[in-house]
Write a protein that binds this ligand. Structure first.
Ligand SMILES: O=C1O[C@H]([C@@H](O)CO)C(O)=C1O
Length: 552
């Protein structure tokens, strides 16, 4: 195994993500950031310099569990202090499992400003993944707004509340085409992109040869949009989800929620004299965004040969039965690690849209998350007092809460309590969805857990009841790090609290997290090894780290 060294400068740059010029947070002048490629067992080292002039920054390595390095998880105020303008910080962590991952900013709403890139881990030398292919491609998906993140944040924290609205464009590897498309002739009201075209917004072309099998890696860093991807005329076999192998299954289209990653295999078995469209459309919210388009180019056709059939059409945005049928087909590959058969503790988390002093927020068991000024990792390890709310957070919610209707009392409080788990205990989490503030609305929320993979034991409609435990899948539940709750439904997951550290668990929709939709988990913090001083040089932690007065 090797150390993979990277030196990054993070700064705003002018860019044309969807052919219109704006500013993005670039890395080394690039958007999206450079792809990190490593082999299982390698150590990734990123020496990051914050060249943003007025904002701190951190980077989260999404899907990497940070076994033994909880200070490298890149969550501001949780695992480390934000890196100040002009300062540098070294991330150093092991990648232990092959898979498709990505990284992104985890401070304020910087992910929405374009701070993300791919992280791909290949099998260690001599190891093989349990499927074969002749070539591979990578799609990092995102959504893009023309309004800056500062304007977005002001709207979210104003009275009256101003929602960010639907994205202007969906981007594939940072490229989209606002209000125009190379598939214009198939799309109502669309122009071709002639005048606007810039190399920075040129559609992706996947060049393939007939009768071969390719791996397409897909990860979603969207701030809001749930997506559906289809390759015209081609089936896809799903083989990987969030860096874990799944029992292969075949689909004609697939959903991808923010925070998820997949690998699919497709075989170029169609008429080779044609090219084909790949399209990616919005699901789960009334779309107001054109689908993103890429071209599957059968060589030796030219990439500019317009496909002879129309781009695949995304299922209706509110066809939740279709989305569920995809999620319900995902099982662990035979031979994958199985969950413990019983759990030691169950936490039920009710997701509600609420108000705090007139501000619109999201709350979990009536608490809307705010982060402390001293990162939890140091605060808990050093037993600091009065830096976060010390009481236990609620493990459930009232029996009579009606998940099908808006809250009778929509007022919540803000807080930053921690769910502390016994080291090595088995924890079940029931994520319960509910109606939002207005009637007849319940949204999709993709929940992402840091520091762990979890088993997805089951999903259901309506309110979770004790009887549902009997239906848990303990035979072949998939391991994931992100899972959705469907509107008015629940999702059950299980994990082992085996990774000393403090771990965020939150909705991966960027404005929802910003509005408080998350909780903090912690386990075995007393076992955390020596935390690099640079990680905790802020708040009350700073005094401890510089005086060396702590006795761990
Ligand atoms: O958090 C959200 O706020 C809006 C809407 O509920 C109120 O404008 C929306 O669609 C969200 O996902």
């Amino acid at each position: 195994s090797k150390a993979r060294h990277h030196k990054w400068d993070v700064e705003y740059v002018y860019w044309k993500p969807d052919c219109l010029e704006g500013v993005v947070i670039g890395i080394n002048g690039q958007f999206p950031g450079p792809t990190i490629r490593a082999k299982a067992g390698d150590t990734v080292v990123v020496e990051l310099k914050n060249k943003l002039t007025t904002e701190g920054v951190v980077i989260h390595w999404h899907g990497i569990r940070q076994l033994g390095t909880p200070w490298a998880d890149g969550t501001a105020a949780i695992s480390q202090c934000a890196i100040n303008p002009g300062q540098s910080f070294e991330y150093r962590f092991k990648v232990d499992k092959p898979g498709t991952y990505f990284y992104h900013g985890h401070y304020g709403m910087q992910r929405s400003a374009g701070l993300y890139g791919s992280l791909i881990v290949d099998a260690a030398d001599g190891d093989k993944e349990p499927f074969k292919y002749d070539g591979e491609f990578n799609f990092l998906l995102s959504d893009w707004w023309h309004q800056s993140i500062s304007a977005q944040e002001v709207g979210l924290s104003s009275i009256p509340f101003r929602w960010i609205g639907e994205p202007q464009s969906i981007l594939i590897n940072g490229r989209g085409q606002y209000n125009c498309s190379i598939a214009a002739k198939y799309m109502e009201g669309m122009n071709t992109c002639g005048k606007m075209a810039s190399p920075q917004c040129r559609p992706e072309v996947l060049q393939v040869l007939p009768n071969k099998t390719y791996r397409l890696r897909i990860a979603s860093s969207t701030a809001l949009a749930s997506l559906n991807l289809a390759i015209g005329g081609h089936n896809m076999v799903v083989v990987e989800a969030d860096g874990n192998h799944v029992q292969p299954f075949t689909v004609t289209d697939m959903d991808i929620y923010s925070g998820e990653s997949y690998s699919v295999l497709f075989t170029t078995d169609q008429n080779p004299s044609s090219n084909y469209w790949i399209s990616i459309g919005v699901r789960g919210r009334l779309p107001n965004t054109q689908p993103a388009i890429a071209i599957l180019n059968y060589r030796p056709n030219t990439p500019s040969k317009i496909p002879s059939s129309a781009p695949p059409v995304t299922p209706a945005w509110n066809d939740y039965a279709h989305s569920k049928s995809f999620s319900y087909k995902i099982f662990a590959l035979n031979g994958s690690p199985k969950p413990p058969s019983v759990s030691n503790r169950r936490v039920s988390l009710l997701n509600t849209q609420t108000k705090v002093n007139g501000y619109t927020k999201w709350a979990i068991n009536n608490i809307s998350l705010t982060l402390p000024t001293t990162p939890y990792l140091g605060a808990i390890k050093f037993g600091l007092k009065n830096v976060y709310d010390e009481e236990k957070p609620p493990e459930g919610f009232p029996e009579d809460y009606d998940v099908m209707h808006p809250p009778a009392n929509p007022n919540s409080i803000q807080g930053n309590k921690v769910y502390k788990f016994d080291f090595m205990s088995t924890v079940d989490v029931i994520l319960q969805n509910a109606n939002a503030l207005s009637g007849n609305v319940s949204e999709i929320h993709p929940w992402h857990l840091h520091g762990h993979d979890f088993w997805v034991l089951g999903y259901g409609d309506g309110r979770f009841t004790d009887k549902d435990v009997a239906k848990f899948n303990l035979k072949n539940p998939p391991l994931r790090n992100t899972v959705v709750i469907f509107p008015y439904g629940w999702t059950a997951l299980r994990f082992v609290a085996d990774n000393p550290g403090v771990w965020a668990f939150h909705c991966h929709i960027e404005p929802h997290l910003h509005m408080g939709m998350g909780v903090i988990f912690a386990e075995g913090v007393e076992r955390v090894g020596n935390i690099p001083k640079d990680a905790l040089s802020c708040g009350v932690d700073a005094t401890i780290m510089t005086n060396g007065t702590h006795h761990p």
